[in-house]
Write a protein that binds this ligand. Structure first.
Ligand code: DGY
Length: 352
């Protein structure tokens, strides 16, 4: 509901954050008018432009584009934009900076959930989860009896005949490192990564990082994109989206990958060229792919080439979707907004 007393300062919230978290906001309603998008789906742009006027705080999701138009519609009193996400490509940071508006986000609390799903996608893609579950659900199991080399996948973990396993990461932040930690339990011995193209290679940083992972990891190094493609047994895309990373995983990259390799994308769909990936899977340049995100989402129809592709597992952007993590994210988004409104340090903020 929204409170209509115009004396109070306005907080606009673009989606119902559930009873536990909305209670935190409503407990402030003596001071703040809470204006909540009433819909179940993504907040309507026109509603946002109409309602944001005079707001002091704006609590948003990845589905809301926050640009100059929205900020101008809000007016110069807007103090903070707080997003319930770790990624913030949907927010124009330069436009916030120009207007001195603070930005809150939700790192850390979702790291484990996204690392978990990245491992799940790697295993599913490697072990033919889509083809085999379809085989069973379509009633075909009775036509088949156990056979030595039927339904064989590409093994993610180390084996006696293949003891060297290399994890590759495009982007090597918190979630990538949490994913690597999990992979040590699968016998991974080597790690290659590339990160921000503008940051310089640092052997010192690499050796510090290597020792933080302990003895099971034999080597960790920052490499070129070409080396990342050719050395990875499993390649995890865990980099922010935006222009800098758009289409980095393209035909040229995919052609350099191992035929047994698996590609996992649990960050932003725009990093992977979908047409190139569909071709790579169809023509066997790589083994399989697990995607939690696709360019153009949520407009991904059932006949999308990657959705139809048996070697591609597609999830509808649910990396952080556990009950516990989403509650933590929503709580942190509200805490960030309230802290900024009280001119305090936000628990998690981006330097704009
Ligand atoms: C994020 O937080 O940026 C995710 O994409 C949503 O979980």
């Amino acid at each position: 509901f929204s409170h209509l007393n115009s004396e109070r300062l306005k907080i606009v919230v673009t989606r119902d954050l559930g009873p536990d978290v909305m209670t935190i906001l409503y407990s402030e309603s003596a001071k703040y008018e809470i204006v909540l998008w009433p819909g179940k789906n993504a907040c309507d742009r026109k509603w946002l432009l109409d309602n944001v006027r005079d707001a002091l705080a704006l609590i948003v999701l990845v589905t809301d584009r926050i640009d100059a138009e929205v900020l101008d519609a809000a007016g110069s009193q807007l103090k903070v934009v707080s997003t319930m996400s770790v990624g913030y490509e949907h927010i124009s940071v330069p436009d916030l900076a120009k207007r001195n508006i603070r930005l809150g986000y939700t790192p850390d609390v979702l790291t484990d959930a996204v690392a978990d799903i990245s491992i799940m996608l790697a295993l599913m893609a490697g072990r033919l989860a889509k083809e085999t579950t379809l085989f069973v659900s379509e009633g075909n199991w009775p036509t088949y009896s156990w056979a030595p080399f039927a339904f064989c996948g590409s093994q993610i973990s180390a084996t006696p005949s293949s003891p060297k396993r290399t994890a590759g990461f495009l982007g090597f932040g918190r979630i990538a490192q949490a994913t690597l930690r999990r992979l040590l339990g699968f016998g991974f011995t080597h790690c290659v990564y590339t990160s921000n193209p503008f940051s310089k290679p640092s052997p010192e940083r690499d050796s510090e990082l290597l020792s933080s992972f302990g003895a099971p990891l034999h080597s960790l190094k920052r490499v070129s994109l070409d080396e990342l493609a050719s050395e990875s047994d499993v390649l995890f895309v865990l980099t922010p989206g935006g222009d800098e990373t758009k289409g980095l995983i393209n035909e040229a990259f995919l052609k350099k990958m191992k035929k047994t390799a698996v590609l996992v994308n649990s960050s932003r769909g725009t990093v992977v060229d979908s047409d190139a990936l569909a071709k790579a899977l169809k023509e066997g340049w790589i083994w399989g792919a697990g995607l939690d995100v696709i360019a153009g989402e949520p407009n991904v129809a059932g006949d999308h080439a990657l959705v139809r592709e048996p070697r591609c597992v597609v999830l509808p952007h649910i990396g952080s979707a556990t009950v516990q993590t989403r509650l933590d994210m929503a709580t942190l988004a509200v805490q960030n907004a309230l802290a900024a409104l009280n001119d305090q340090d936000m628990p998690a903020s981006v330097n704009v």
